[in-house]
Design a protein around this ligand. Structure first.
Ligand code: NAD
Length: 270
């Protein structure tokens, strides 16, 4: 399944601990989470400028509470059902075998951690976490609580005041006076500084970067594989379509992440 030149590179040229991975929405597509831009993705139904934007969400709550409730239900409905697929599992095994140093992800679905990966840098946050807008304290947003919230939203979705009450319960005030919000990076917001600087450090140190399932059009995250390449890393790309980086990749593996990542992991560890 893996071309001979790639298999030979993986076996002979990858040093333990000098491999890093960079993942995008494509790694989770086979877990049942459509990529946002792809067929059946969220952006077919909702305008990202409204629902992936803090101001847009506030205005939606006031003007069209039913639409906001539908969006939250669709968004979390998919995330709550998703389970790690063989690509997530293979990446976590590579970390356990000390082959993979760090995994940098644009995803917010927590599936790498669910599969067992520990050294994960989340560039865009995590949908299963809330963060205080005042003191930045974070809390886990447990799946049971999320399911409870979406069930309530389904029942009481059309009244602004009902919706406000439900959201106020699940996104409460913090002791510092600030309010908790979902801990994901929305349009127009900066990437978390600490994660970004850890990502640059890891990309500077790695010799090989495995880029899985990313169109590489969402900046600034999309610039990171290029940074690795400029610092001497060999890029291996896994995607079922060409990406913005394809011409610069040293090796391209075309196909499904759930088949190709385990094949790469097998070549690296056998
Ligand atoms: P994208 O939607 O722009 O691109 C996804 C890429 O994955 C495409 O290039 C596509 O060809 C490829 N792909 C799709 N299915 C694949 C498969 N089975 N195997 C291999 N490749 C496959 O995604 P992006 O580049 O990650 O950027 C979109 C932004 O939206 C990111 O910031 C990300 O945070 C967010 N997002 C996250 C999730 C998630 O957390 N699961 C889902 C959708 C979008």
């Amino acid at each position: 399944m893996i071309p001979k030149d790639v298999a030979a590179y993986l076996k002979k040229r990858v040093t333990k601990g000098k491999l890093a991975a960079f993942t995008g929405a494509g790694v989770s597509a086979e877990s049942g989470i459509p990529t946002f831009r792809g067929k059946g993705g969220l952006w077919e139904k909702y305008d990202p400028q409204v629902v992936a934007n803090a101001k847009g969400l506030t205005s939606l709550l006031r003007k069209h509470p039913g639409e906001l409730a539908d969006f939250i239900n669709d968004f979390y409905g998919v995330l709550l059902k998703a389970r790690p697929n063989p690509a997530h599992v293979a990446l976590s095994l590579l970390e356990k075998e000390h082959v993979l140093s760090t995994l940098i992800t644009q995803n917010i679905d927590n599936l790498h951690q669910e599969a067992g990966s520990r050294s994960v840098i989340e560039l865009h946050g995590n949908a299963f976490r809330i963060r205080c807008t005042g003191c930045s304290r974070t809390l886990i947003f447990e799946k049971e609580r999320l399911a409870e919230m979406t069930a309530l939203l389904k029942r009481k979705k059309d009244s602004y005041l009902d919706l406000l009450k439900i959201l106020g319960r699940y996104f409460p005030r913090c002791g510092c006076g600030g309010r908790f919000r979902i801990d994901i990076v929305m349009f127009g917001e900066l990437l978390p500084e600490e994660e970004l600087s850890r990502a640059y450090e890891c990309l500077e140190a790695c010799e090989t970067l495995l880029v899985v399932g990313s169109s590489l059009v969402v900046y600034p995250a999309a610039g990171l594989p290029l940074f690795a390449k400029e610092h001497g890393a060999t890029i291996i790309e896994i995607n079922h379509e060409p990406s913005a980086l394809s011409n610069l990749s040293d090796f391209r593996l075309t196909g499904k992440a759930s088949e190709l990542v385990p094949a790469v992991a097998h070549a690296l560890t056998s």
